[in-house]
Design a protein around this ligand. Structure first.
Ligand SMILES: [Fe+2]
Length: 279
């Protein structure tokens, strides 16, 4: 019912294929997938999603965090980790990590640290809420502090956006706690999914504003009533000394109403070293 009455008419494999081909043409160093990958959590859906992830790349080059649909029902909530473990395991972690302790995980790629947070919890019917939980939040604070002291560019991946407007049944239940954690311990970029619309919000952090970016759906066609499908391409580079010396730009690529092709739509500077005015 869930699939047939709604998403079947909006999401198409051909749409995904066109976006993935476009992503690959840009040869990114790394791909971050912020969920959802499946619809209602049937065991076979996780296998199909694994085939999709393999088409993006291996676990060294692709990182995944689960969405609420990826933990849709209690009986298969652990299947995301079971099937996609290679894509959501920290550097050096073994394969027998339990769901309770699997997040946040940390992956370092050069001077960039990817921090995978799970907000995916089973919910009652018609709900799409998320929750990070106190224990994971406490671990996230410790991890952010440690990586911040190392001077890395910290990219937090979390399916449910911790800020921005949305209906109550789609909210991150402990969003306030997540915002407080990011504000206290810091991050350079937060990437989310869930709302199927591209949005950039900002949070206060100890070193300045933290961009919080929501990705559009990767399966919605050009005429989608919420937002056409697309993806964001980030360029992260050193542009100065110290913790404020990062430059991060975001290109929004995707479909547009009335068109069939994937193209660059906007470019935006998210982070840049502060300019000092000369007298
Ligand atoms: Fe979602």
């Amino acid at each position: 019912m869930n699939w047939r009455r709604g998403r079947r008419s909006r999401f198409a494999a051909g749409t995904i294929d066109a976006l993935v081909a476009n992503i690959k043409a840009h040869a990114p160093d790394h791909i971050a997938v912020t969920g959802d990958l499946v619809n209602v959590g049937l065991p076979a859906e996780y296998e199909t999603a694994l085939t999709f992830l393999a088409s993006l790349g291996d676990g060294e080059h692709v990182t995944v965090v689960p969405g609420n649909h990826d933990a849709y029902v209690r009986s298969t909530a652990h299947h995301a980790l079971l099937n996609w473990g290679d894509y959501m395991r920290g550097d050096g972690a073994s394969g027998d990590v339990t769901v309770d302790e699997a997040f946040p995980f940390v992956r370092r790629r050069g001077e960039v640290a990817l921090i995978g947070v799970s907000s995916a919890v089973p919910t009652n019917p018609f709900m799409a809420t998320g929750r990070v939980g106190r224990a994971q939040l406490a671990r996230l604070g410790t991890v952010l502090d440690r990586l911040g002291r190392e001077g890395l560019f910290r990219v937090v991946l979390i399916h449910h956006p911790p800020c921005g407007p949305r209906p109550a049944h789609k909210r991150l239940i402990d969003a306030e706690g997540v915002r407080a954690c990011l504000t206290k311990h810091g991050a350079e970029l937060v990437l989310c999914g869930h709302d199927h619309r591209p949005m950039v919000e900002q949070l206060f952090g100890p070193r300045g504003l933290i961009p919080v970016v929501e990705a559009p759906s990767a399966a919605a066609g050009p005429e989608d009533k919420r937002w056409p499908g697309g993806y964001h391409l980030y360029r992260i580079e050193r542009a100065g000394e110290g913790p404020l010396g990062w430059r991060c730009t975001m290109e929004a690529h995707g479909f547009a109403p009335g068109e069939t092709g994937v193209a660059l739509r906007t470019t935006r500077v998210l982070t840049a070293p502060p300019l000092v005015a000369s007298s």
